[in-house]
Design a protein around this ligand. Structure first.
Ligand SMILES: [Zn+2]
Length: 237
């Protein structure tokens, strides 16, 4: 679904001081689409993203917004992923901001980084069938079909518009959405492996890193964020 034309109220969801100064389009999946997935009652509108600084060097792809109008770019509330990515990039000396605040987002954009959610049309903290305590049936029946539809509706167009030089998928849902656009990506790849691929989508041919969604969750005696940092250290070099 193409994003509709922006309206005056669209800017209110995203407030990176200095980073956002014009209304951005917001995304909706059509009502017909939504009947396919139990649990999606109405299109959870999401005010979209700030204007990127061109050229975009790396697009980070996360999961889904934790609440309507919230998430990575929304500074009025803490966002786990913004906090984690700030910590990772600070340790790698890619930013200098001491907190995941407006200054961090400004540096993030100035560095040519950008962030999008893989799925726009599920605005809850828990995404069906993915993450801790996931139910496989939910993944098959809701999570994967919704990710496929959302990737086709929004993500493909976003990647084309942003024209990034590199793409970084943070965790399983981001990779699942990219696999919907490029089915030959290895279905057995694991985020802790830090594997790289050539992403070939709609005329875009760029390196893709598949790494972990950064968090404190332990895997083989390390925290997931340590895997993310290790993989990104090489990828951003
Ligand atoms: Zn959608």
């Amino acid at each position: 679904m193409p994003a509709r034309a922006p309206t005056a109220e669209d800017g209110r969801g995203v407030r990176a001081r200095g980073a956002v100064n014009q209304p951005q389009p917001r995304y909706e999946c059509s009502r017909d689409d939504l009947f396919m997935w139990p649990g999606v009652v109405r299109p959870p509108e999401l005010h979209a993203y700030p204007t990127p600084r061109q050229p975009v060097r790396v697009v980070f792809i996360g999961w889904n917004p934790p609440k309507p109008y919230r998430g990575f770019w929304f500074l009025d509330e803490h966002d786990n992923l913004r906090g984690e990515l700030h910590t990772v990039l600070l340790r790698l000396r890619r930013v200098t901001a001491h907190a995941p605040d407006g200054w961090f987002l400004e540096e993030f954009l100035e560095a040519g980084y950008y962030f999008v959610h893989a799925v726009k049309c599920w605005a809850k903290a828990k995404y069906p069938g993915f993450g801790r305590g996931a139910v496989p049936r939910d993944r098959r029946n809701i999570g994967e079909p919704l990710a496929r539809a959302c990737a086709a509706a929004h993500l493909c167009e976003e990647l084309r518009r942003l024209a990034p030089k590199r793409v970084c998928a943070l965790g399983e849902l981001a990779y699942c959405a990219l696999r919907a656009l490029q089915p030959d990506l290895d279905p057995k790849a694991r985020p802790t492996e830090g594997r790289r691929f050539e992403l070939s989508v709609d005329g875009i041919n760029v390196p893709l890193l598949y790494t972990s969604f950064p968090s404190s969750s332990p895997v083989r005696g390390r925290q997931l964020r340590d895997f993310t940092r290790g993989h990104l250290e090489e990828f951003l070099a």
